[in-house]
Design a protein around this ligand. Structure first.
Ligand code: PMP
Length: 432
């Protein structure tokens, strides 16, 4: 069955398939960190549904929550109506929100994908401010829609202005470090204040506290505080896209909590749905100025996802899994950094909590090339060597040369060692 399914998929599914190309496996069973393929092979899954499985695959508390809804005969499709299941989800979610937002929070169900929630956030700030433009950052990833609203009647154009996202390793501006971050903030300030910048006061700014698809780039706390201050002073709502960083992944429940900033809007998806599709925005009540129907969608009330999400949020909170991610992440990056000393192809190891990136560079580049150029081919070979050793990882970053490790927050010490043993082995094999 295994080969036949893969063959038919290659023939029938679109050329835009991504994960299926890099991971030619046919998962049939999964539990926790482990996926079992139709060929009987077992894999350690450090992609975790593109970062959405906080508790790994099929966690018993998630399955129980889903079963309880199924057994209750509650409607599975409930549009955006009030239901007990939704009520419980919102209560659980609001209990986790950062202080400063929690007391004033409103929620809009979007959905079902993170992209929908990003769109909702942009529509919200544009409606609330009456302004059009949006500030975003180089290397950002917020989704793949283009034009659904723009193509609908009565839409306005969104104008996006890009600002440099600070980056220590291989900073595109050749600066990096605190000085690079300071210059990015200064650029932001002058763009907003200089009447000759050509950029009118925007409706909002959207930022990932740690860029994920962009190559696992944690934003410096001081920089986040600076852009929070700059936007607050000018009444520009700040949108934190926590689609990938949320629910304990980075070592705090929400990644904005590292810096202590309070965004005006948070975009949440992936792990908040407990492995089922769910996306919401949570925002300050003062912004709740849009009219009924300003953002809509047929599938905004997935009862199973809300139940799975509530169970996941509660489990992460009650079991201190964010703190656990911080400890385990530090240990794993520590070992990866030691590994980097033996492997010239590892240019950089970075991350926050269990959102870890390993940038693969050309091992042949001489010592005078600092840093060595990213090596996309070699990174692909590492990914392949990982898969051959039963370890699932994906790549990201502008050159597709950053190996991303997003294991479940339930990872045990022994599993962490097993993951890194396989990764070390794969590095050595790919380098040969
Ligand atoms: N924002 C961020 C930060 C993401 O990482 C992603 C998905 N990788 C999205 C938005 C889009 O989410 P979705 O794929 O569910 O539309």
């Amino acid at each position: 069955a295994h080969d036949g399914i893969l063959r038919r998929q290659a023939l029938r599914e679109s050329a835009a398939r991504t994960y299926a190309r890099s991971l030619p496996i046919v998962p049939v069973r999964a539990r926790g960190l482990t996926i079992e393929g139709a060929d009987g092979r077992r894999y350690l899954d450090c992609l975790s549904g593109a970062g959405s499985l906080a508790l790994g695959h099929n966690h018993p508390v998630v399955l129980d929550a889903i079963r309880r809804v199924l057994d209750s005969e509650a409607p599975l499709h409930a549009l955006d109506l009030a239901t007990p299941v939704k009520d419980a989800f919102v209560t659980e979610l609001f209990a986790t929100l950062p202080a400063g937002l929690a007391e004033h929070a409103r929620i809009q169900f979007c959905g079902p994908a993170g992209t929908d929630a990003v769109e909702a956030a942009l529509t919200l700030v544009r409606t609330a401010t009456g302004r059009d433009g949006v500030l975003a950052f180089t290397g950002a990833y917020h989704g793949k829609t283009e034009g659904a609203l723009a193509a609908s009647g009565g839409a306005r154009d969104v104008r996006v202005t890009r600002l440099p996202y600070p980056q220590d390793y291989r900073c595109p501006f050749g600066i990096g470090g605190p000085r690079g971050a300071e210059l990015s903030a200064r650029w932001t300030r002058s763009l907003l204040d200089d009447p000759h910048s050509g950029v009118p006061l925007p409706a909002g700014m959207i930022v990932e506290p740690v860029q994920g698809e962009g190559g696992v780039l944690p934003a410096p706390d001081a920089w986040l505080r600076a852009i929070r201050e700059i936007t607050a002073d000018r009444s520009v709502p700040l949108i934190a896209d926590e689609v990938q960083t949320g629910v304990g992944r980075t070592g705090t429940f929400w990644a904005v909590q590292h810096s202590g900033i309070v965004p005006d809007v948070m975009v949440l998806s992936k792990a908040v749905g407990g492995s089922l599709p769910l996306a919401v925005i949570v925002y300050h009540e003062d912004l709740d100025l849009w009219r009924p129907g300003a953002h809509a969608g047929t599938f905004r009330g997935n009862q199973l996802a809300m139940a799975a999400g509530a169970a996941t949020l509660a489990y992460v909170r009650e079991n201190g899994l964010a703190e656990r991610a911080a400890v385990l992440g530090a240990r794993m990056t520590g070992r990866l950094r030691r590994l980097a000393e033996e492997h010239p192809c590892v240019g950089d190891v970075r991350g926050r909590g269990l959102m870890i990136g390993v940038e693969i560079v050309d091992p042949e580049a001489g010592a005078d090339a600092a840093p060595a150029p990213a090596d996309t081919e070699l990174a692909r070979a590492v990914r392949r060597a990982c898969l051959d050793r039963g370890l699932i990882v994906e790549l990201g970053g502008r050159d597709g040369a950053v190996v991303r490790l997003l294991p479940p927050l339930t990872l045990t010490d022994e599993q962490a060692v097993a993951v890194l043993d396989r990764f070390a082995d794969a590095l050595a094999a790919a380098e040969r």
